[in-house]
Design a protein around this ligand. Sequence first.
Ligand code: R1P
Ligand code: URA
Length: 236
Amino acid sequence: MTIHIGAAPGDIAETVLMPGDPYRAKWAAERYLQDCRLVNEVRGMLGYTGTWRGKPVTIHGSGMGMPSLSIYANELIRDYGARTLVRIGSCGAMQDHIELRDVIVAMTASAVSTPSRGIFREMNFAPCADWGLLRAAVAAAEARGARVHVGGIHSSDVFYDERPDLGEQLSRHGVLAVEMEAAELYTVAARHGARALAVLTVSDHLITHAALPSEDRERGFGEMVEIALEAALGTE
Ligand SMILES: O=P(O)(O)O[C@H]1O[C@H](CO)[C@@H](O)[C@H]1O
Ligand SMILES: O=c1cc[nH]c(=O)[nH]1
């Protein structure tokens, strides 16, 4: 057990899928895993471990925002031995050609700051995805005919953005979408020699203001989960 995870040693698989929403973790675990059991519910941050195609996998919530994700990623890697962490999240599209429910695979994540920012002092560290996971996720997405976009995203500290000028500059520089965790996930994973990737589903559009309801954000993103499972486990 750690401060924030009640799982016993050995209860967490080396491969962990991490949605922000703990109820998306429950939905995905019950839908996709065999022999799935609850391994954590401290603070309501649900985590489940089971198997997918016979391979062990944990699906564990990260909470919203990088400080929350950072706690879980650190404990999962350092205390439970997680080696592959794939975020399965929602995001807001920042380009005209992207549509609701499209899948985004994040090569890199720009951020004003991350909980790891202090380590780098004057350096602007560039958090990046694990290449093998990224390649496998894109292959899985293309094989199923998903509408998939691969590129940079923005990991924001805020959902309600008071700096539209910043988003405009990022859109202008080709950033595909905004979410709130990937930059710290990539940074923590890199620090500990683990593999990380974010596979996201577009839940709302910052240009058109189209948006999906919260029920879809909890239970409507099966394609993303399947792509993440295939990327993390299908190639091992
Ligand atoms: O759907 P999840 O994975 O929570 O991700 C996105 O949704 C939350 C904001 O509504 C933030 O956590 C953001 O990153
Ligand atoms: O962080 C997020 C997630 C979805 N949509 C947004 O606009 N921001």
